[in-house]
Design a protein around this ligand. Sequence first.
Ligand code: HEM
Length: 412
Amino acid sequence: MEKPSRRNVLMAGGTLGALGALTVATPARANSLWTWSPKGSVVGAGKGADPKWVWDEAADPLVASLLDGADVTEINKLLKTWTKNGQALPAGLPAELRAFIEDARALPSWADQGKLAKAFEFNQKRGLYLGVTYGFASGMMSTAIPHEARAVYYSKGGADMRDRITKTAKLGYDIGTEKAFAPDGEMIVTCVKTRLAHAGVRHLLPKSAYWTKVADEKIPISQADMMVTWHSLPTTVMKELAKWGIKIPADESAAFLHSWQLTAHMLGILDEYIPNSWDEADAQAAQVLDPILAPTPEGIKLADMLLNLAAFVDGGILTKHILGALTRYVLGAEIAAWLKIPEEPVWDPVFENLWPPFVAVREGLLDITKAPKGLRDVYWVFDEIIRQGVLLILSGANYPISIEIPQTNNPN
Ligand code: HEM
């Protein structure tokens, strides 16, 4: 990704959404039964195996063997030069890794270029809302997904959340760009590198004494976990936009879903688990996401780190209060309480009372010029939160941002 200008960053408001995948989710509880049928998937068929016991057959053994026997620092250095989807891979990569990437970067037969073009239109039109919902619905929700929270907290990225956010933000940025999945785009590269990073985590985390003490699974990031986190992104975002009364034409909504279906595929989620419609997605989310949301000590600490990240802007005097209130507004009082996000006597009512008319103004349903001056100032603050949030996340990054195969866990 090129160093973004203010303009192109704002255009791709999906960046904050990157937060959505920040903390990763806990898969369904051991006792929840997998009954979702592969008939509702993008390919309409499959074995129907419980995804709690499925990981990534192609990437996992490969990355494990690299971590155990190859120079992964050198591999990461080479991979840093691979930035565009259609670009030839750098010379010097191990042959098995090269073969894996060539296979993994091919789009599935069901990829639909027309829908991808429509998805870009949707991202352009709704970028600002996507930024807020990716960040404060998906991102903060991820800290209430136990498997994700623990995996993130005890993996290498847990030691440097700012770096982790910028890398995750890249995915939120890339999916919203015009050429996301085209040869000169970057989303496929981001997904395939993330797939490798996840395979690395599956090999490394089971060696962490901290993680094994608290984990209720032997290997992290199962396909069920992947779908939980996936639902914390597009499914949750769409629900939130509907809650705000935003009218989305059916073709745009289907296109947005398609861009996330493709993302799931490129991240190594098996097609038989990827829902083929919003109805199927909602049904699956009710089964895998809703029942597993819960507080953990790790999630509470991650939520606090996330809310503090913006604090250097103003020493935390205002930012943390505003962001805490926004989180409570978006995720609801129960999840905010789990995450120990304090109530905000000033800002909670501001979001509660003024966010809906703010959205209505933006949607052209209300005329802002008729609003009193004080109200217009609050709307300006809302707009500014969104703009600054996106810029802030990217400002700390070293360019080009490159997602790597981790070689260690969080040492702390
Ligand atoms: C790494 C996205 C699911 C745990 C990453 C990265 C991205 C990402 C972009 C690279 C960032 C970095 O290297 O710091 C996603 C998306 C998911 C998903 C879009 C699902 C749709 C999960 C799940 C878990 C998880 C389910 C755990 C249960 C991790 C961990 C890292 C990581 C631990 C590595 C952090 C490190 O480098 O130490 N993910 N992820 N992710 N993800 Fe995910």
